[in-house]
Design a protein around this ligand. Structure first.
Ligand SMILES: Cc1cc2nc3c(=O)[nH]c(=O)nc-3n(C[C@H](O)[C@H](O)[C@H](O)COP(=O)(O)OP(=O)(O)OC[C@H]3O[C@@H](n4cnc5c(N)ncnc54)[C@H](O)[C@@H]3O)c2cc1C
Length: 214
């Protein structure tokens, strides 16, 4: 069922009209766009396509003269041991440079920790977050919080959440806490290498992230 129309009252969303004419009351609309890779250039006789244009770890496609990066590329990430399509700004930025170097026959292993940032609800008093790592739904056994993630009306929460499997950190998201990405990415790299951490130290804001592993 498609959406035909958003209706509002006094500048606020009040109803959504579906394509069959059904009218539903609504307070908030979340619009999701851009989730299908535009692979037309590769479809047919071009490079292999499987949820995006498939590349190896140097961003080279099945056609040795063609490279792919950014949202459209499903690249083999040796850190994760799988192909992954990362639809985020930093991947487009870093992947472009890496593909350019690979085209010049430089040895490239594109093993970046998947990363995104997001700003929610404006800049002030909005919520900003960054997330590094990759974890499939259900592929972790616990989420460890460093800081207080309680949602309150009078203050934005400040915390880091870690997705953990068998003591190994697979992903980490900092919310309104800054300059912690290097530490989070080191923990994710160690986690994917099978290095478990002490979960008490991981949760303790008094233990700097860069010494959680030691
Ligand atoms: C609304 C929105 C909000 C976002 N917010 C964030 C965010 O907060 N944080 C974050 O990390 N990322 C965010 N992203 C994702 C980020 O913008 C993308 O990951 C990034 O722009 C991808 O860059 P790209 O160069 O791979 O692809 P694109 O920017 O999509 O560029 C691909 C280009 O190729 C062109 N093209 C496609 N097919 C053909 C063809 N056959 N022939 C010629 N040209 C073609 C397209 O027209 C387009 O110009 C957001 C994206 C959207 C849509």
């Amino acid at each position: 069922m498609g959406i035909q129309e958003f209706r509002g009252l006094d500048g606020r969303l009040s109803h959504v009209v579906l394509s069959d004419g059904t009218t539903l009351p609504a307070d908030v609309a979340v619009v999701g766009v851009g989730i299908r890779p535009a692979t037309e250039l590769a479809d047919g006789s071009g490079p292999d396509v499987d949820n995006g244009i498939v590349t190896d770890q140097s961003l080279r496609t099945s056609d040795p003269d063609v490279f792919a990066c950014g949202d459209v590329a499903s690249s083999y990430n040796p850190l994760l041991g799988r192909h992954i399509r990362v639809e985020h700004w930093a991947n487009a930025l870093n992947g472009g440079k890496a593909a350019g170097k690979a085209m010049l026959d430089q040895r490239i292993v594109y093993d970046r920790v998947p990363y995104f940032y997001s700003d929610q609800y404006g800049s002030s008093p909005g919520t900003g977050m960054e997330c590094s790592g990759y974890v499939e739904a259900g592929a972790y056994d616990r989420v460890v919080f460093r800081g207080d993630a309680t949602i309150r009306s009078d203050a934005n929460p400040e915390f880091i959440a870690f997705w953990v499997k068998d003591g190994c950190v697979l992903a980490g998201m900092n919310v309104n806490v800054w300059d912690v990405q290097d530490g989070i990415q080191s923990l994710v790299r160690a986690g994917y290498a099978g290095e478990a951490v002490d979960l008490g130290r991981l949760a303790d804001p008094g233990v700097p992230l860069d010494v959680v592993l030691s």
